[in-house]
Design a protein around this ligand. Structure first.
Ligand SMILES: N=CN[C@@H](CCC(=O)O)C(=O)O
Ligand SMILES: [Mn+2]
Ligand SMILES: [Mn+2]
Length: 329
C-alpha cells in the first residue's frame, strides 16, 4: 500500500510539527494538527479533500544545466505549511513523496503520475510539491487519465513562470515538460491548451518564442503583469477558464522577484510581484474546475530565511482555500 514515503529513518509526521494554541480549541488548529496520511485501502481517506503529493527530484534541473537542491523541496514545503491555519472543512491528506532514484527521472514521474491518478479517482484536489519543474510532466500524465476516460474533454494548463519550458531535448528535463504534454495530447487527439503568465523576454531565446508561437501557446510577459494590469488580467483569465472542464495550475517559483523567491535554480532579475501572482492564482484555483495544482523549483539550499518556502507554502495554502471556497476569518 503506497502510503507517505518519508526519507529513510523519518516518519511521515516529521515535517508536520508546529505551534499549538491549545486554549483556542478547534479555532486555533493549524495544518499539522489536521493533516492525515493517505490510505489507498478500501475505506481509507474516503471523503474527498486536498491531497499533497511530493516529487523529490532535481534530476530534471540537473539535466537542464541548473543548480541542484530542489529534491529537498517537498520536505521544506511541508515544514513551511505545518503552522498555517486550518480553515477548510475538507480533509487534508498527505499522500507522501515519490523520490527520484538513481537519476531515473522517467520512472519517478511515472510513479508520481500513477499516485496522482488514484488520488484524482478518489475525488481529491491534488497539490504537487516539487521538485524541479519536471513535476509538470508527471502531473500532466496523472491528469491524462481524466482525458483518456472522457471525464474531461478540454484541459487548460496554466503556468506561472518566467520560462516557457518548451525545450526540445533528447531527454526529459525541467525545461521540457510542456512540450512533452502538448505533443502527447496532440498525439492522442485531446484538447489541451497551454498558457504561461510571467514570461521574461530576457530569460527565453527566440527559439523558445518561436516554439510557443508554432504550438499556439498563449503568454503574458512579466512586464505586462503589474498592479495596473491586474484587474483586466484577472477578468480575462476568469473568462478564458470558462472554456475548459479541467484545469491544471502550475507555479514555477522563479516567476517571483528574486527578493521574494531567492531559493530557485534561476532567480528572476525582475519577476512578477506576489501582489499580482497571488490574486491570479486564486482566480485559477477558485474557478471550480481545478483538478491538480503544483508548485515547482523550491530549492531550500539556496533559500534565505525560508523566504521561498514560506511564499510557496502561502500559495499552496491559497490554492487549498480557494478550491474549498473557504473564507479566511
Ligand atoms: N525549468 C526551468 N527552465 C529554465 C531554466 C533557465 C535557466 O537555467 O537559466 C529553462 O529551461 O529555460
Ligand atoms: Mn521558471
Ligand atoms: Mn518552469
Amino acid at each position: 500500500m503506497p502510503g507517505p514515503t518519508p526519507p529513510p529513518g523519518e516518519d511521515w509526521r516529521t515535517p508536520w510539527k508546529g505551534r499549538v494554541d491549545a486554549a483556542d480549541g478547534e479555532a486555533g488548529w493549524r495544518w499539522h494538527q489536521v493533516v492525515q496520511p493517505w490510505s489507498d485501502a478500501p475505506g481509507g481517506s474516503a471523503a474527498a479533500g486536498v491531497a499533497l503529493l511530493g516529487l523529490a527530484s532535481d534530476e530534471g534541473v540537473r539535466r537542464n544545466q541548473g543548480r541542484a537542491g530542489a529534491a529537498e523541496g517537498p520536505l521544506a514545503l511541508r515544514r513551511a505549511l505545518a503552522s498555517l491555519p486550518a480553515a477548510s472543512a475538507q480533509p487534508l491528506i498527505d499522500a507522501g513523496t515519490v523520490p527520484c532514484l538513481d537519476g531515473d527521472l522517467e520512472a519517478a514521474q511515472s510513479r508520481y503520475a500513477e499516485r496522482a491518478a488514484r488520488l484524482l479517482d478518489q475525488g481529491h484536489l491534488v497539490i504537487g510539491l516539487g521538485g524541479g519543474h519536471e513535476i509538470a510532466w508527471a502531473s500532466y500524465q496523472g491528469l491524462a487519465s481524466l482525458l483518456q476516460s472522457g471525464r474531461a474533454r478540454r484541459l487548460a494548463i496554466v503556468n506561472f513562470d518566467a520560462h516557457f519550458d518548451l525545450r526540445r531535448d533528447v531527454q526529459a528535463t525541467s525545461g521540457t515538460p510542456f512540450l512533452q504534454a502538448l505533443e502527447h495530447a496532440r498525439a492522442h487527439g485531446w484538447d489541451a491548451h497551454y498558457r504561461v503568465l510571467g514570461v521574461s523576454r530576457a530569460a527565453n531565446t527566440r527559439a523558445l518564442f518561436d516554439t510557443a508561437r508554432s504550438l499556439g501557446v498563449q503568454w503574458t510577459l512579466d512586464e505586462q503583469m503589474t498592479l495596473l494590469h491586474l484587474e483586466a488580467l484577472r477578468a480575462e483569465l476568469a473568462q478564458w477558464l470558462e472554456g475548459f472542464d479541467a484545469v491544471y495550475l502550475t507555479v514555477c517559483l522563479d516567476v517571483l522577484p528574486a527578493a521574494t523567491a531567492p531559493g530557485v535554480s534561476a532567480p528572476a532579475a525582475r519577476g512578477v510581484a506576489i501582489e499580482v501572482i497571488e490574486p491570479l492564482v486564486q482566480t485559477v484555483a477558485g474557478c471550480g474546475r481545478l483538478r491538480l495544482a503544483d508548485v515547482a523549483e523550491l530549492n531550500p539550499r539556496l533559500d534565505i530565511d525560508q523566504r521561498t518556502a514560506r511564499t510557496a507554502a502561502r500559495l499552496v495554502w491559497q490554492v487549498a482555500q480557494a478550491h474549498c471556497g473557504a473564507r479566511s476569518p
